[in-house]
Ligand binder design. Structure first.
Ligand code: HEC
Ligand code: HEC
Ligand code: HEC
Ligand code: HEC
Ligand code: HEC
Length: 291
């Protein structure tokens, strides 16, 4: 029941032209958004009545019930990604055979060799970089997406946390891992800093749209060209080119901070002037006859 024959949608995905794939890459955020909105009514309904969740949560066999608890802690639950989005099947019935109906595209356990295509339906940028990487075709798809990200407890990943040392150490010397983590830090940490700075500055009332747009562009460039490439040399080139852009974003942040300081100083000046004026008025009133 698993295997390429069970993946008609995925076979056609592979057949897409490069152009379509590129277009889809840029449209991905939109696709995910529209996917969410078109399905959200259905999803909200199924949040209460999703029978995969209801039945599996109560199964005695831990292998069968644990996925529910793990998925509930994942980034997929808040994004309305349910069991059937990865396993197929019919979530609208409480009858096991109907729920597991292969006619409803139930695949059971996804085949490890096509897991990337399953995840790639929604995470196309990652799949596009992963397939030609040393871990993809060259590595016979080992490790695959779930070897690194786990299958149910999928959370926002961080290079220094992700399956290192569990998985990476099987195949890599610590030196490669250190280089890899240093590189992702060099590429991604400034973006986190810019976003934090922008939040602080925004709370002081100074506009930060430009900073946030630039940070997002940098993040997108990293994801499209460095993330899941897994060739240090190529990653270095991308991170180096990002570092050419960071000083100008940093300057933008400095300018905005100066603006915050100026506003604060004007604020104090205004309060000072107000107090002086109030004092003058008070003295004047006292000097009036009969006061
Ligand atoms: C009425 C209860 C029930 C419902 C509803 C149900 N399942 Fe299951 N599911 C089971 C049981 C019981 C097993 C274990 C079957 C076995 O060991 O043969 C199982 C096994 C599985 C497996 C493991 C298959 C394998 O080959 O090891 C997956 C994956 C799965 N279910 C996904 C789903 C999804 C997705 C849905 C909703 C579309 C769903 N289930 C709905 C009871 C249910
Ligand atoms: C993001 C995709 C994804 C989602 C969402 C997801 N699963 Fe899975 N699940 C997988 C993959 C991939 C595997 C196979 C992993 C492997 O081969 O080790 C798996 C394995 C399983 C297994 C077999 C576990 C075992 O140890 O044999 C069960 C049962 C299961 N899933 C049920 C569920 C249920 C129930 C839900 C919803 C609460 C769910 N899954 C949601 C991807 C997903
Ligand atoms: C060798 C381990 C590994 C494999 C295989 C892997 N990832 Fe990742 N993934 C990571 C690491 C590490 C990060 C965080 C750092 C980064 O982005 O470079 C990440 C980040 C992500 C992110 C967050 C956005 C981003 O790109 O930073 C998504 C989504 C993601 N991976 C999905 C996938 C999918 C889908 C696959 C399979 C096509 C996959 N990953 C395969 C290790 C892996
Ligand atoms: C039906 C669409 C869909 C499928 C299939 C899917 N995901 Fe997701 N995934 C999402 C959405 C939507 C989010 C939340 C928005 C985001 O962060 O991209 C998400 C979030 C994530 C994140 C967290 C990203 C972050 O930056 O916080 C990772 C990692 C991830 N998914 C990996 C996977 C892996 C691995 C698979 C396959 C086992 C998979 N996804 C299957 C739609 C999907
Ligand atoms: C099953 C074995 C295997 C696992 C597990 C594995 N890799 Fe790899 N990886 C390879 C192979 C093979 C290559 C290509 C040869 C080489 O550079 O070592 C490679 C290459 C790399 C490279 C490029 C190295 C360079 O010199 O350019 C990075 C970075 C990398 N892997 C990171 C990771 C991370 C991070 C993990 C864990 C999350 C991981 N790998 C898990 C097999 C694996």
């Amino acid at each position: 029941m698993s295997g390429p024959a069970a993946y008609p949608a995925r076979a056609s995905l592979q057949a897409r032209t490069a152009l379509q794939a590129r277009a889809a890459l840029f449209l991905l955020p939109l696709l995910i958004l529209s996917w969410n909105t078109t399905d959200s009514a259905e999803a909200q309904q199924s949040a209460a009545t999703n029978n995969c969740v209801s039945c599996h949560a109560g199964l005695d066999d831990e292998d069968m019930s644990l996925p529910v608890a793990e998925w509930q802690r994942s980034a997929h639950l808040p994004a309305d990604i349910y069991c059937q989005d990865c396993h197929g099947g019919n979530a609208a019935t409480m009858v096991e055979d109907e729920a597991h109906d292969v006619e409803m595209d139930f695949v059971g356990l996804p085949d490890p060799y096509v897991v990337h295509e399953l995840c790639g339906e929604c995470h196309q940028a990652q799949m596009t970089n992963y397939v030609p990487s040393p871990h993809g075709l060259e590595g016979d798809f080992w490790p695959n997406c779930v070897d690194c990200h786990s299958n149910h407890e999928i959370v926002q990943p961080q290079a220094s946390l992700i399956s290192i040392p569990d998985n990476c150490e099987d195949c890599h010397e610590q030196a490669i891992m250190d280089d890899y983590i240093a590189l992702t830090d060099r590429g991604l940490e400034p973006i986190v800093e810019f976003r934090q700075a922008a939040e602080e500055i925004r709370s002081a009332g100074v506009p930060v749209d430009l900073i946030l747009t630039q940070a997002t562009l940098a993040r997108d460039a990293y994801v499209e060209r460095a993330s899941h490439v897994f060739v240090l040399e190529k990653m270095v080139a991308v991170v180096d080119s990002l570092e050419q852009v960071y000083p100008s974003i940093r300057k933008e942040v400095e300018t905005a901070r100066t603006e915050v300081d100026t506003r604060r100083r004007f604020g104090w000046m205004f309060i000072g002037l107000f107090l002086v004026a109030a004092g003058v008025i008070w003295l004047y009133r006292r000097s009036l006859p009969g006061a």
